[in-house]
Design a protein around this ligand. Structure first.
Ligand SMILES: [Zn+2]
Ligand SMILES: [Zn+2]
Length: 875
């Protein structure tokens, strides 16, 4: 082999180039349409063009790649479509920041020039994350790569918008929306991050008109009082019943507003009387609608006050000014500190302002119904299935989706307003004249669509919709979506709504929701904490295969992934082990003539049978997306069965056997190595290709397109007997260890068994047993001589002659002393574990560790007691 030790840097990039050159990742839709091959299709969740690969992306793409590579080897025509998302606000923000360095804002250079700048940025940096994904071995069909703002997608988005508008499922309306005064755009409910903050509750006195006295309202936002249109109390609140219908005079503003009664008011909050400001509060907006009160806007889109005497003042400055004026004029009763939830822009963290404006909405309720039904009936399956409930919670309470954004980067809304008659012309093409009055005096809506509007169309937009393409026919609906739980609402549910609406069919069958990758202590990774693991750095240090195997091994369903560099480093030993296995086999191959007959020994049948079972396990686990269990099965097979046992068994024949024995052993070694590499390929693509290419028995041009191993070879009887022989060897080693006999000291053993086949197998494997257990002779007897200690296995009794090797008296006293020590430790642990106080206070992991220790000690104690009894017979 090219390198003496495992050195992934020498071959990872080379094999990736080879795969791309050969076109292995390219899906042929014709093969599917002609019925030659079954299809398996997946869309890659498109990373943002601004994205830089983080460990979450690495996990997401590794899991998809495992399934895609596995399906490809199983004979499916795999179509895995990659692409990137234009990420409206995020991308605009990056370019605005660049502009700021030149002292410019986007308004300084205008829409057209700004968009040119964004495209330039996109063309320069937009494929960065795609190239990073390739480093991980991602086997997407790159010839099908898409961008949510490419030409085809732009067409699809327009078509979808126009269709939904014509069907009455998109409408324009004046609504209160979440507004970021810094990003200068509307935000959907999901884009607002709520945080508990320490604030104040101001108690303001509103004088009652025509009477002496006040009604006192409590508010967290005194600056909005400028826009008050009423004071509301609960209709059942006895304190205020006599005031309902009367008027108060709004301080500072000197406007008369009514006192109204509404169930919404909580009598327990503040004074039980609240101000109603419909233009600046979501609940107040609804109250005002119920009472036919119009909204008064007192802030502009930069968050500045628009009414005198505070005109032009920032909202937070205005708050101070208003409070001090209220105080001066005697309207402020008191101030209490108060913790409340404040919404922030998810991008820039600015405090979000409820803002009254004209926006575009998707009427989601009718679309949600079909998606809900699909999940209910199992037409679409969530894995793990508890995510179903999260999905239902959201979908049952879904609100109309505000899809307009007041930014420039994105799909511009295809609506043109008529200056003459006010009609809104919605169409895919630029209209020449108003469809209502014929005027040519038209202007297009300034807003763009929410980024999620286009990504909601990802599963069919990427396949060529609205054209009736062969790709759509061949690959829609897709089979699998792999995603994080944080975008189930943003994205997964909306793909379902759009997919069913436009395609009349589900967008995907299975939704695998993967966990969050945390650090080893279970904390979220963040730059400020300094606990971020950079996947590219890990690839550089340990190889992509090692990182991939680690992620797969940790990806247990429903559990957070706790990753550390140490764990990754640990799995590099596994890669190394595989390298050494292959090295041994290839060097053994050098002086063997492979042509000629083979004849299986029992251990050959045992390992081939084990291999078949591992194939079955891996198939079953991958079928159910239990990535960690699949990884574990392969790991155990390769390390514990193949390396630790079979290779050791095989050495007898490889080094000392007849030509036919050598040939048979090598034949089996090569078969198992090849098929094990295939099983491992989906998880570790590079290393397995490097080894596969050197195999004299490779059965394809590349392991990527090699047939998946079968599980036909099964030899139940031989398998069971060799398992017993392994136990015999282990048992002899244990006896030596317990009696302080060096492992290399040769011992005689005597066996008693009525199982002729087992005896026969032992005879066939006698050389291996002698070598591995360091045995001088094996005697099959019916009478056991004196001086032996024994252990029993199913169908066989094993006696190890130790009489002359040890001083029985000394051993007995040594073991008795050891037993005493262990007994002490056991008692100590038992006391600890029955102490309620300890159980309550100690961390779970500590309790668990103690329990395990106790179990282990008890086991050792049992074994020693047994040995002690046997030794006493020898006295
Ligand atoms: Zn913002
Ligand atoms: Zn018109």
């Amino acid at each position: 082999m090219a390198s003496n030790t495992y050195n992934p840097a020498l071959f990872e990039d080379k094999w990736y180039r080879f795969w791309i050159e050969k076109g292995y990742f390219h899906a042929d839709e014709k093969k599917v349409l002609r019925g030659e091959k079954p299809k398996f299709s997946v869309v890659l969740p498109p990373p943002n063009v601004t994205g830089v690969l983080h460990v979450g992306h690495a996990l997401n793409s590794t899991l998809q790649d495992i399934i895609c590579r596995w399906k490809r080897m199983k004979g499916f025509e795999v179509c895995w479509i990659p692409g990137t998302d234009h990420a409206g606000i995020a991308t605009q923000w990056v370019v605005e920041r660049e502009l700021a360095k030149e002292g410019l804002t986007r308004h300084d250079i205008g829409r057209e020039e700004f968009l040119e700048r964004v495209w330039k940025w996109k063309n320069q940096y937009g494929s960065r994350i795609i190239n990073q994904l390739k480093k991980l071995g991602t086997s997407c069909d790159w010839s099908r790569e898409r961008f949510t703002m490419d030409e085809g997608f732009s067409k699809a988005v327009k078509k979808a918008f126009v269709t939904l508008y014509k069907e009455g499922l998109i409408y324009r309306g004046k609504r209160l929306i979440n507004w970021c005064p810094r990003c200068h755009t509307a935000l959907s409910d999901l884009e607002v991050e709520h945080e508990e903050e320490q604030g104040n509750l101001w108690y303001i006195k509103y004088p009652i008109v025509g009477e002496d006295g006040f009604i006192v309202v409590a508010t967290t936002r005194p600056e909005t009082m400028l826009g008050d249109v009423a004071v509301a109390v609960n209709p059942n609140d006895e304190r205020y019943k006599h005031l309902v219908g009367k008027k108060v005079l709004l301080p500072i503003v000197n406007r008369e507003i009514p006192i109204i009664a509404d169930e919404y008011v909580d009598p327990e909050f503040g004074t039980g009387a609240v101000k109603i400001t419909p233009a600046h509060d979501f609940n107040d907006f609804e109250v005002a609608q119920r009472h036919n009160l119009s909204a008064i806007q007192v802030m502009d889109d930069w968050g500045r006050i628009t009414v005198s005497p505070f005109k032009g003042m920032d909202r937070f400055e205005a708050r101070k000014a208003i409070v001090s004026m209220l105080k001066e004029e005697g309207f402020l009763e008191k101030v209490e500190s108060h913790v409340h939830s404040v919404g922030h822009c998810y991008r820039c963290k600015t405090v979000v302002e409820p803002y009254l404006s004209d926006q575009w909405f998707v009427k989601t309720k009718p679309l949600a119904e079909r998606a809900i039904k699909a999940v209910k009936t199992g037409e679409i399956r969530f894995v793990p299935k508890q995510w179903k409930n999260t999905f239902f919670d959201w979908m049952y309470n879904i609100r109309d989706w505000c899809i307009s954004r007041q930014i420039w980067w994105g799909h511009r809304i295809p609506a043109w307003y008529c200056k003459d008659c006010g009609h809104i012309n919605v169409s895919e093409e630029v209209p020449e004249k108003c469809e209502n009055c014929g005027s040519t005096n038209l202007y297009q809506d300034e807003d763009v669509l929410d980024t999620w509007f286009s990504s909601a169309m990802w599963p069919f937009g990427t396949l060529g919709w609205p054209e009736e393409t062969d790709d759509l026919k061949a690959f829609y609906p897709t089979d699998l979506l792999v995603t994080g739980f944080d975008i189930i609402f943003f994205w997964v549910s909306r793909m379902m709504m759009m997919g069913y609406y436009f395609m009349k069919e589900k967008p995907f069958s299975d939704v695998y929701v993967h966990a969050l990758v945390r650090d080893e202590k279970g904390q979220k990774m963040s730059k400020t904490k300094g606990n971020v693991i950079d996947p590219l750095e890990m690839v550089e240090k340990y190889g992509a295969d090692t990182l991939r195997f680690t992620l797969a091994a940790l990806a247990a369903q429903g559990r957070d992934i706790r990753l550390s560099e140490k764990i990754i480093e640990g799995y590099r030993h596994f890669a190394n082990k595989i390298w050494n296995i292959a090295k041994f086999i290839f060097s053994a191959l050098e002086n063997v003539e492979m042509k000629g007959a083979v004849s299986y020994a029992p251990e050959d049948k045992w390992i081939l049978s084990k291999l078949s079972k591992t194939v079955e396990i891996v198939d079953k686990e991958l079928e159910n997306y239990r990535f960690n269990d699949a990884a574990k099965a392969i790991y155990q097979f390769l390390w514990s069965e193949f390396a630790d046992w079979y290779i050791e068994f095989s050495k007898q024949r490889v080094y000392k056997g007849t030509e036919e024995e050598k040939r048979t052993a090598l034949h089996v070694l090569l078969t198992v190595l090849r098929d094990a590499m295939k099983l491992l390929h989906p998880i570790m693509p590079f290393l397995t290709e490097e080894i596969y290419q050197k195999l004299p028995n490779k059965d394809a041009e590349s392991i990527v397109v090699a047939p998946w191993p079968t599980s036909e070879l099964k030899f139940e009887g031989d398998e069971a007997r060799v398992e017993i022989i392994k136990e015999v060897i282990r048992g002899i080693r244990n006896v030596k260890a317990e009696l302080n006999i060096s492992p290399s000291t040769l011992v005689d053993i005597f066996i008693k068994s009525e199982d002729d086949k087992l005896i026969e197998t032992i005879e066939k494997m006698v050389a291996s047993i002698k070598q591995l257990a360091k045995v001088s002779e094996i005697h099959s007897v019916s009478e056991v001589p004196s001086g032996c200690v024994s252990f029993f296995l199913p169908g066989i009794e094993v006696y190890v002659k130790v009489g002359e090797l040890i001083n029985v008296e000394n051993e007995i006293s040594r073991i008795m002393k050891k037993l005493k020590d262990i007994e002490k430790d056991i008692q100590k642990l038992e006391r600890k574990l029955s102490n309620e106080n300890f159980l309550k206070k100690a961390p779970k992991s500590v309790v668990e560790k103690n329990r395990k220790e106790l179990e282990e000690l008890k086991e050792v104690s049992e074994k020693l007691t047994r040995t002690l009894q046997q030794l006493k017979y020898l006295q």
